[in-house]
Write a protein that binds this ligand. Sequence first.
Ligand SMILES: Nc1ncnc2c1ncn2[C@@H]1O[C@H](COP(=O)(O)OP(=O)(O)OP(=O)(O)O)[C@@H](O)[C@H]1O
Length: 282
Amino acid sequence: MCNPETNETAASTVQAPLVKTPSVETPASDVVLSPWAIETRSMNFWYGNFQAVIDLDMKIERNRVTAIIGPSGCGKSTALRTFNRMNDLIPGTRVEGEILFNGRDMYGPGVDPVALRSRIGMVFQKPNPFPKTIRENIIWGARINGFQGDPDELVETSLRQVYLWDEVKDKLKKNAYELSGGQQQRLCIARAIAVSPEILLMDEPTSALDPISTGKIEDLMTEFKERFTIIIVTHNMQQAGRISDDTAFFLNGILVEMGPTREIFFTPKDPRTENYISGRFG
Ligand SMILES: Nc1ncnc2c1ncn2[C@@H]1O[C@H](COP(=O)(O)OP(=O)(O)OP(=O)(O)O)[C@@H](O)[C@H]1O
């Protein structure tokens, strides 16, 4: 979910793609044009003069967990953030090439990045609940996205889905900051899924959590992939091995190799992947 405190003024720095494909907001935008949830074509990304992602061609399959791995600074989070235009919020950034969501151009004319982010939610490394009550954390984003149903039902359903309901049902009016780190992260996941996204982007969602909270969130991912496509950046190779169906290995802004996790881990095609997986660098 996008940060409601941020505005979209930096979006104007984003360059339109070179090749035109239908935009997400064109009529009949719910008709799926592609077998891929997300596809990038020759995507390049710059922070000012620094190119962080180079010529990225990537296809993300629906209803699977895709892990993005690679050494620190290789562009994992940057690539992930382009998948819901979160980088638009960083001044001086530029993207070229194409990023398609269900086969439609995410940077096409008329695409509202805020509406896009309700369909492609995001969970960050550090839990970032709003400075509001637990209840309001769930309802706020849903309301902005036009939710008109029963808010109490939405709160309960969303919190149950992340197995947080029993822990917080008696303190829904308490500030979210009063929860533990693991609970806050599950609240952030509940908030993201309350708007029924199609894709959930997760940027090292468990790196600040203890093993028990980590296990709970990993279990959720395995359950959620029936309903959403999940893309997770992780430094934790065991985690990637445990939860992902596909793995993409990045190095110096380049996608070196991508495929089923078992193949990437046990029979990688590129020696750089093998070196990284076996711990020889990074
Ligand atoms: N806001 C920014 N402004 C300028 N450069 C940035 C910015 N964010 C990231 N970078 C640079 O872009 C490159 C890729 O960063 P990114 O955070 O995507 O890497 P990463 O693989 O996710 O790293 P880590 O695993 O350490 O989180 C790095 O060299 C980083 O310094």
